[in-house]
Design a protein around this ligand. Structure first.
Ligand code: FAD
Length: 557
């Protein structure tokens, strides 16, 4: 299956598949391709595996989905042998887990680290992709699988004079290896999304002074992280497969306590008690206190007001508390944050909140940051400014499908994909957790497993029928894109300037990228489509015209 073809000037390695990215998605995909008896090479830009958990090494980085759920379910032995030390594992432990996965399944021999894929070009005559890297690799493959991640293209804001700053500059999504010591330093952190909310309390412990530059106040729920409850872990491990199966039957791929009651159907007192109970338990489960929080504005307002009241209670300085209150978006319309002592951090003498909505950052100088109304002397600056989400890493690769058409051109008005798995005109090109799939609205590991298994089955199907190429039908894709948009507009998710909508990236088209209809509904749709003979996909055998799968079945039988 592995061969080498020489063109005029270069040797092109022939493999069945290329996988790009070595996070949860890429590692499982590589394993799956091998299970199918096919050859694959995985390219990873970083110097180690782990994806998100390789790059985001900042102090305080941890998952907000229970670790027992935020891990692979495809191998029972793996589930049984791994022990999580905390309810929400910290970055080093998740990274250790992913390294363990790579070792356990002997994945490293097909992984090329520190190698960035720069282009992928489809050759219609051979029905193969040619993939090139920044290290000069050239690979010819039948299947091109992007496991490039939804939150992997770190976004650094353009601030005039940034490069004149003589202090150290960090990005939470590109954190250096090894200890970074902030002891006695004046540190600025820009951004108060999930990463900013996790990192600020940690920085405040060592910095002589911490300035938190906030443009948009965010809702955050206490994580209430604890060491693993060993009794609970034993219970889980006894029925792990059932727990994961159950999770796949839920909206978020997570075993939250889903309440089916609408918020305003109960008394105000009852609501206060219910919100308070969930606040005490902690975690993003809070958004599931009632079934309609993400669709009914009044229910959402009530929930949001409960959180604002908690912020006022925690933060002692009234002016600071007022600045921290989110008013410009419904709770949950931006990714809900969880924290450990975030709001409490503002009660420390060495922490100052700087509101850059009213007085924006204007420039940096060698000594620090100048806002519209003040100057802040700094020794270090930390950007917690997030990512060019969902499409950012794909956009950096020159991807060309049929007739040399660039993906960037096709997606100029926003991503267009069928099920977030394939995009018409790019045969045998698959995206794991691509735009138009539930991805970041869910437990991403559950979404990844479902996609890897779907793609694996599709490849097995193509191989079984000796089909050269599979493509999304353009009209079906149009209908799916419209459906994704329509479903999002049934919710309050579209009412925030969020990265779900690309609103954090200047010039990025405002399109709600993930599928908001819920994991269970989505998974069922994917399964039904397969059961109906890959409805909405076109299969191709070289030398014959493209045909819908039904026709293919007939011609093969
Ligand atoms: P990634 O882990 O992002 O891996 C993609 C890899 O592709 C990267 O290593 C990147 O270097 C590589 N890559 C990209 N482009 C190229 C290229 N051209 N060539 C070579 N390599 C390339 N999700 C949850 O469900 N629950 C959580 O609690 C949670 N917490 C999170 C906390 C943080 C701080 C962040 C940033 C994200 C979190 N997420 C969480 C989302 C998280 O991204 C996913 O859960 C999951 O790790 C994604 O895995 P992935 O393999 O799809 O992508």
């Amino acid at each position: 299956m592995t061969a080498c073809r020489k063109t005029q000037n270069e040797a092109i390695l022939e493999r069945d598949a290329v996988v790009v990215g070595a996070g949860f998605a890429g590692l499982y995909m590589l394993h799956k391709v091998r299970e199918l008896g096919r050859s694959a090479t995985l390219f990873e830009a970083g110097s180690g595996v782990g994806g998100t958990w390789f790059w985001n090494r900042y102090p305080g980085a941890r998952c907000d989905v229970d670790s027992l759920e935020y891990s692979f379910s495809f191998c029972e032995e793996l589930q049984q042998e791994w022990n999580w030390s905390e309810r929400f594992a910290a970055q080093p432990e998740i990274l250790a887990y992913l390294n363990h996965v790579a070792d356990r399944f002997d994945l490293s021999r097909d992984i090329k680290l520190e190698t960035r894929v720069v282009s992928a070009v489809y050759d219609e005559t051979r029905a193969r992709w040619t993939v090139r890297t920044d290290r000069g690799d050239a690979l010819s493959v039948r299947y091109c699988i992007m496991a490039t991640g939804c939150l992997s293209a770190a976004r650094e804001p353009e601030i005039p004079g940034l490069y004149t700053f003589k202090g150290a500059v960090y990005h939470t999504g590109r954190w250096p290896h090894g200890e970074v010591d902030f002891t006695g330093k004046r540190v600025g952190v820009v951004g108060t999304g999930s990463s900013g909310i996790q990192v600020a309390p940690m920085l405040a412990k060592s910095a002589s002074h911490l300035y938190v530059f906030q443009r948009t106040p965010n809702f955050s729920i206490p994580a209430r992280n604890t060491p693993t409850d060993l009794y609970r872990e034993r219970q889980w491990k006894a029925v792990y497969p059932e727990m994961h199966r159950e999770a796949r039957e839920t909206t978020a791929g997570i075993l939250y306590e889903y309440n089916t009651t609408p918020a305003l159907s109960v008394s105000e007192e009852q609501r206060r008690n219910d919100f308070a109970a969930r606040w005490r338990t902690g975690g993003v489960n809070f958004l599931r206190t009632y079934c309609d929080i993400m669709v009914d504005k009044s229910a959402n307002d009530d929930d949001a007001e409960f959180v604002r009241a908690r912020i006022r209670e925690i933060v002692k300085d009234e002016r600071t508390a007022e600045k921290l209150l989110p008013h410009d978006h419904p709770i949950g319309a931006k990714r809900i944050c969880t924290d450990t002592d975030y709001f409490d951090t503002y009660n420390r003498d060495n922490v100052t909140l700087v509101d850059i909505r009213t007085a924006p950052i204007e420039a940096m100088s060698p000594e620090g940051v100048r806002t519209k109304d003040a100057f802040y002397e700094l020794d270090a600056l930390v950007f917690a400014t997030g990512f060019d989400a969902v499409t950012g890493s794909l956009a950096k690769i020159d991807i060309r499908g049929r007739s040399g058409r660039a993906l960037s051109e096709k997606w100029a008005g926003g991503p267009r994909s069928y099920l977030g798995l394939m995009t018409a005109g790019f045969p045998n090109f698959f995206t794991i957790t691509g735009p138009g799939s539930p991805s970041i609205l869910t437990n991403v590991v559950v979404s990844i497993e479902q996609h890897v298994e779907w793609i694996g089955a599709a490849i097995a199907h193509l191989e079984a029928y000796s089909v050269d190429a599979m493509d999304a039908d353009a009209e079906t894709e149009n209908a799916w894109v419209a459906h994704v948009d329509e479903v999002a507009h049934r919710t309050l998710l579209v009412l925030a300037n969020s990265w779900y909508l690309g609103a954090n990236i200047p010039g990025k088209p405002r399109v709600f990228m993930p599928y908001a209809g819920g994991f269970k509904v989505y998974r069922q749709k994917c399964e039904e489509i397969v059961a109906r003979g890959y409805e909405g996909f076109i299969f191709e055998k070289r030398g014959s015209a493209p045909h819908a799968p039904a026709a293919l079945e007939t011609s093969l039988s």
